[in-house]
Design a protein. Sequence first.
Length: 185
Amino acid sequence: MEPREIKIVEAAIRMILRYGMARTTMSDVAQEAGISRQTLYASFASKEDLLRASIRYLADRNVADIVADCAKTTDLAAQLDVVIHHTAVRSFELLHASPDANDIVSGFNSACKEELTAASARYQTLIEDILRPRKARIEAAGMSLEQLADFIQKSTLTIKHEARDIAHLQQLTQALRVMVLRVVA
């Protein structure tokens, strides 16, 4: 993305977190970004285009953060903590800081399924890369590398949406972590 597009997407994310999907307008985003509506529409023809770009931007940022943090260690437990933090905990905290988290989730889901699917695939590939050195142990436990990566990715997605509060989120992520470590032990 170009710097102007990043500025717009970051403004959109701030507005969506503040007001929810339904109440955020393109005019709100333009004002928050400090640009005209014409400039906004020159970069993003519709609210859906802007939402797709926002999902892509957040996924790109998360993937880059996960890669950077995982590169600091070869310890699987630490790498799992990084994945879980960036895909479940950080998203949970971000959503729950908003007064209308359900509106945000449903708005992103309905408007941007393709972008969300692509982001999920990227996370799964990243998790497969983390698990690859333990492939033989995973297969010895009766699973394929792809199955375990898919399970982890889908579990983090579910956890961030189903946790009642931060304590419950921590319990669920700890259970996931223990299960995965036992499979590869």
